[in-house]
Design a protein around this ligand. Structure first.
Ligand code: SF4
Length: 345
C-alpha cells in the first residue's frame, strides 16, 4: 500500500460488526437461540476524532466497543485498525496492537486491583510490553503519567481504596496512556461519577486528545454527556446504529424518531421553557427476538405499515448525516461500500 493510500485510511474502520451470544439449555447445553447484542454495526473513525456512541442500557454499545477490540470474540464483521484486520491477527499481533488500542472502563473501582499499588497497576503493562527495562524506570514513568492526568506523583505507592471515584478514573486513564495508544474506547467512562467530576474527566480527555492526537469511541447512555466531547454521534437501538451525524447537526436536526425521543428527555435548565417530551411507550424489546421490520416500530410514534415488515436501510441526508428510517425513503440509500446497509440474517 502506498504511503498516500495509507494516510487516506480512517484510523478505525468497522464493518457489519455482529456479536451474538448463544443461549444454551438442557443437559447437553444445546444452543436454543441467540442474544443479538450487536447486529451489523458499521462506522469509521478518523485520527484525532471522537465518535460518541449512545443508546439506552442493553442496546449493545458496550458489547460493540469490547468486540471491536477483540476482548469478546466477534460473530461476524470486520475491524481494520490503520488498514490491518484486528480479527485476523494472532496472539502476538494482537498483543502488539493492543498497545495502540486501549479501553477505559465504567467502574473505576472494580477495574483497579485493590491489592496492587498504583505503581504496579499502571506500571505492570510497561514491564510486560518491555516499554521500560527496570522497575525503577517503570516507577518514574508512572509518576510522570500521574502528573499528566492531574494527580500528584507522591500517590504512586498508594492503593485504589485511598482515592475518590474521580481520582480512580484518572488512574484508569493513566493506565491506558502508559501504552502510548492511538485509539481509546471510553466505555461509560464518566457514567459512575458526579456531574462536576464528569466535566473534569471529559476536559482531561479532551486535553489529552489535543496533546497526543488520540481518537476516542466515547460510549455513554446520556446524549448530554457525549455532546461536549464528540465530533460525531452515533445512536444505537437494539444492536444497530439508527442515526449518525456531526454532533451539532444531531442536536439541531435529529431525524430518527428514537433520537428525537432521547433528545426530548434531556432536562432544559430554563424554568420558563416547557420541555416538549416524547414519551416512548413500552420497554426495549428483547434482543433474543427483535421485532420484525424496523426494530423500533413497536415504540415509534410515527410508525407506518411498511415499518412492521421491512427493515429500513441507511438513508444519506448529506454532510455525513445518515438515518435508518423509512420516513426518509426519498433520500439516497447509503453506498454499499460505506457498509451501513445491512442484510438480514
Ligand atoms: Fe419509526 Fe418506521 Fe422510522 Fe422505524 S422506520 S423509526 S418505525 S417511522
Amino acid at each position: 500500500m502506498s504511503q498516500n493510500a495509507h494516510e487516506d485510511l480512517p484510523l478505525l474502520r468497522v464493518r457489519n460488526l455482529r456479536k451474538f451470544f448463544p443461549i444454551k439449555r438442557g443437559l447437553f447445553s444445546h444452543t436454543v437461540g441467540h442474544v443479538r447484542a450487536v447486529d451489523g454495526v458499521s462506522f469509521d473513525l478518523k485520527k484525532g476524532e471522537t465518535l460518541g456512541l449512545v443508546g439506552e442500557s442493553g442496546c449493545g454499545k458496550t458489547t460493540a466497543g469490547r468486540t471491536l477490540l477483540k476482548l469478546l470474540p466477534p460473530t461476524d464483521g470486520e475491524v481494520l485498525f490503520k488498514g490491518e484486520s484486528v480479527f485476523a491477527l494472532g496472539h502476538e499481533g494482537l498483543r502488539l496492537l493492543r498497545q495502540k488500542m486501549q479501553i477505559i472502563f465504567q467502574d473505576p473501582y472494580s477495574s483497579l486491583n485493590p491489592r496492587m499499588t498504583i505503581a504496579r497497576i499502571v506500571g505492570e503493562a510497561l514491564l510486560v510490553h518491555k516499554l521500560v527495562r527496570t522497575k525503577e524506570e517503570a516507577k518514574a514513568r508512572v509518576c510522570s503519567l500521574l502528573e499528566r492526568v492531574g494527580l500528584s506523583a507522591k500517590y504512586v505507592n498508594r492503593y485504589p481504596h485511598e482515592f475518590s471515584g474521580g481520582q480512580r478514573q484518572r488512574i484508569g486513564i493513566a493506565r491506558a496512556l502508559a501504552m502510548e495508544p492511538e485509539f481509546i474506547v471510553c466505555d461509560e467512562a464518566v457514567s459512575a461519577l458526579d456531574v462536576s467530576v464528569q466535566a473534569q474527566i471529559i476536559n482531561l480527555l479532551m486535553d489529552l486528545q489535543e496533546e497526543m492526537g488520540l481518537s476516542y469511541l466515547f460510549i455513554a447512555h446520556d446524549l448530554s454527556v457525549v455532546r461536549h466531547i464528540s465530533d460525531r454521534i452515533a445512536v444505537m437501538y437494539l444492536g444497530r446504529i439508527v442515526e449518525t451525524a456531526v454532533s451539532e447537526d444531531l442536536f439541531a436536526q435529529a431525524a430518527h424518531p428514537y433520537t428525537k425521543a432521547l433528545l426530548s428527555a434531556i432536562p432544559v435548565p430554563d424554568p420558563d421553557k416547557k420541555p416538549e417530551r416524547t414519551l416512548l411507550e413500552g420497554d426495549v424489546p428483547t434482543p433474543i427476538h427483535p421485532p420484525s421490520g424496523c426494530h423500533f416500530h413497536p415504540r415509534c410514534p410515527e410508525v407506518m405499515e411498511q415499518c412492521r415488515i421491512d427493515s429500513p436501510p441507511d438513508f444519506d441526508l448529506g454532510k455525513g448525516h445518515c438515518v435508518r428510517c423509512w420516513l426518509f425513503e426519498g433520500k439516497a440509500p447509503l453506498a454499499k461500500d460505506q457498509g451501513r446497509k445491512m442484510e438480514e440474517v
